[in-house]
Design a protein around this ligand. Structure first.
Ligand code: SAM
Length: 260
């Protein structure tokens, strides 16, 4: 993604999400959404944090660009082999994880299949992909069911990249176990896999089990921190919401495409 593409996209997001909110309403919503993701993390599997217009705007205009920038940096530092030509985005939310991965690749950019349960998020993903000039399909389907469907066929999955960004921690344990099995099956058929979660240790207590399970398929896992100059608007929102940290960070697990 070029700086010009990024700036045009962020300006479009701002026009879209600040149309009906004052700045102070928006920064309050950023804080409220952060509380839901951090202090009330345990409620995520049963209660959507996107239950008000303000929180949805905070997700679309604050967290989406932060995730886009984080995944852009992660892809630049961990991915190997040929870039994917098709990306499956599990729990796609606003679609920015797949977008960042697709935009790091050559033209024509990878097409995207995004899966999420939240109708607002799916509409937002469609709008984001279209605004970024990407081809994507956003489908309302459980991430585990989407992967079960993907590995049901027998064909090769080489050229397919699977990304799950800040999503697997929202699944209940049985679904998470089924997801791991299907992802492992997809990797053995040639797919690459990018898993991203928050740095906070408590957010993903299952992390070491996934790392061990995928290690024999070539998984590389670690914590990543990036010093970035946040675009001025994002830095402003971050300051206004009281976040001191300007570093982007994530726990990342990556399995590159196998030569089959
Ligand atoms: C924290 S958001 C991350 C969204 C996006 N990947 C990003 O990085 O911005 C988690 C997303 O997972 C979705 N989600 C939670 N459980 C899901 C499930 N079982 N199947 C599909 N999506 C799910 C939520 O609706 C939400 O959009």
């Amino acid at each position: 993604m070029t700086p010009a593409e990024r700036d045009t996209f962020f300006a479009a997001l701002e026009a879209r999400h600040l149309a009906n909110l004052t700045r102070s309403e928006f920064t309050r919503a950023v804080r409220a959404l952060s509380v839901r993701y951090v202090e009330r993390r345990g409620q995520l599997p049963t209660r959507s944090p996107l239950d008000s217009a303000g929180k949805r705007a905070a997700f679309g205009l604050f967290y989406a660009p932060l995730h886009l920038l984080t995944v852009d940096a992660v892809v630049g530092s961990v991915t190997t082999g040929d870039p994917p030509t098709r990306i499956i985005d599990l729990g796609c939310g606003t679609g920015v994880c797949a977008a960042a991965w697709a935009m790091a690749g050559p033209d024509p950019r990878a097409s995207i299949d995004g899966y999420d349960l939240h109708p607002w998020a799916l509409d937002e993903a469609r709008w984001n992909w279209q605004t970024l000039g990407l081809t994507g399909r956003a489908v309302r389907l459980d991430a585990v069911a989407a992967m079960e469907r993907t590995v049901k066929g027998r064909g090769s999955l080489s050229g397919t990249g699977i990304v799950a960004g800040w999503t697997v921690n929202e699944l209940e344990a049985p679904g998470r176990a089924r997801l791991l099995e299907t992802i492992s099956a997809a990797i053995s058929r040639g797919a690459s896999f990018l898993l991203i979660e928050p740095l906070a240790r408590g957010a993903a207590p299952w992390w070491d089990d996934w790392t061990r399970a995928l290690h024999r398929q070539g998984a590389v896992a670690g914590d990543h921190k990036f010093d970035v100059d946040l675009p001025s608007r994002l830095a402003e929102f971050s300051d206004a919401a009281g976040f001191a940290n300007r570093t982007l960070g994530a726990r990342v697990l990556y399995v590159g495409p196998a030569d089959l």
